[in-house]
Design a protein around this ligand. Structure first.
Ligand SMILES: Cc1ncc(COP(=O)(O)O)c(C=O)c1O
Length: 381
């Protein structure tokens, strides 16, 4: 894709991600936060986010933008939407689930944790059991694509159980929203969070929450912080059309353009198709080079893939990373705790030909490290 400046390497990471030239160009403006043009852009972005989520204000949903990286939006929901009394049930199979637990604990929220291995799916039956046994659980939280490994969690199935028990449901869909189709209403999601620089391909600077209005209105007086108060942020946006505090104006203009480009690509399904093609090209080529994935292909999403280090004494990750970097490609270290892995992301403004070039560079890097290869690029299963 001809979107990068001459200086930029394609980013095969979970973020920040490669963005299109037109998204970058959309930032070449200085708009005041009270400027009617900016307020209009903000309104448009909030409306389009609901469309991307397949919901609407008429159906009772709202979208709220929050300054900061994605974690700030996650924290905003936890610290605003958990009632003063009651427990949170956190479903964890990776570092981002662990982070949610840390956030809850930082706010003194009693948290029950259902933790399984990083390449295992959580048990929906265990969620059912916990909700049946403990009426004090007020909210269940799960991560959609656990970016630690790339596994996709059973968000809809968990949502059915949570709805049957009448509890609130919060989904961290940071790395999946916009490219992994999800029926928010069907999954009974009360709060969903993602950020600007993931699958929508904007630039970093803010996150957003799509939520049910009734679930949001219920939270009055609950927020444990001022700046991350989700209800106050929404009320500010509704009443004045503005952020309460300095907005990331440039990032929002970029995001408006990114949303247009998502629509032009065929929406969530169109983006899914490109990312899935990236993923298939990658995995096929990596298998051809002798690499193995950490997650079973049936559980693996097409967002990011964790690969085991090769069983070869000559392989050293930092050297591999540096060689790829010199060749003009950025990959990512592993994050799983029980295996030596590295990760390659398929998201952002990269396409199949970028992945093919990456595979050639991986092959050359292995050769220069003296790592034995068991196959050739493209010859995988
Ligand atoms: C699933 C998930 N949750 C939360 C985060 C945290 O987002 P940020 O690094 O933007 O704070 C990430 C980042 O990759 C993520 O993938």
């Amino acid at each position: 894709m001809k979107n990068r400046t001459a200086k930029d390497k394609p980013l095969f990471t979970p973020g920040p991600l490669t963005t299109s030239m037109t998204v970058k160009e959309a930032m070449l403006r200085d708009l005041g936060s009270r400027d009617s043009e900016f307020i209009g852009a903000l309104r448009e972005v909030r409306e389009k986010l609901l469309e991307v989520g397949g919901v609407s204000q008429e159906a009772g949903y709202e979208s709220i933008l929050m300054q900061g990286s994605g974690t700030f939006s996650v924290e905003s929901v936890i610290c605003s939407a958990m009632p003063p009394e009651g427990k949170l049930l956190a479903i964890v199979n990776g570092a981002y689930g662990d982070r949610i637990v840390k956030i809850a604990q930082a706010h003194g929220i009693e948290t029950l944790v259902q933790k399984v291995g990083e390449n295992k799916l959580p048990s929906v039956a265990a969620v059912e059991e916990a909700l049946t046994a403990d009426g004090e659980i007020k909210m269940v939280v799960a991560v959609h694509c656990e970016t630690t490994s790339g596994i996709i969690n059973p968000i809809e199935e968990i949502g059915q159980v949570v709805a049957r028990h009448g509890r609130r449901y919060f989904v961290d869909s940071m790395s999946a929203f916009g490219a992994v189709p999800l029926d928010l209403a069907g999954a009974n999601i009360d709060f969903l969070v993602s950020s600007a620089n993931k699958c929508i391909e904007g630039v970093p600077g803010f996150g957003f929450c799509i939520c049910r209005r009734d679930a949001l209105l219920e939270t009055r007086g609950w927020s444990r912080t001022l700046s991350l108060d989700l209800l106050a942020q929404w009320e500010g946006l509704e009443q004045t059309g503005q952020f309460r505090f300095t907005p990331p104006t440039h990032a929002i203009l970029a995001f408006r353009q990114a949303l247009q480009e998502l629509e032009d690509e065929g929406g969530v399904e169109g983006r899914r198709d490109r990312y899935r093609e990236n993923y298939r090209t990658l995995v096929s080529g990596m298998r051809g080079l002798g690499f193995e994935e950490y997650v079973d292909p049936d559980l693996q999403g097409y967002i990011i893939t964790s690969f085991h280090y090769p069983q070869d004494a000559n392989f050293e990750f930092q050297r591999f990373y540096d060689l790829l970097n010199e060749a003009g490609f950025v990959i990512y270290p592993g994050k799983v705790s029980d295996a030596d892995c590295f990760r390659i992301g398929n998201i952002g403004r990269v396409d199949r030909s970028d992945v093919e070039q990456l595979l050639e560079a991986i092959k050359a890097s292995l050769a220069s490290m003296g790592v034995a290869q068991t196959g050739t690029v493209g010859a995988g299963k």
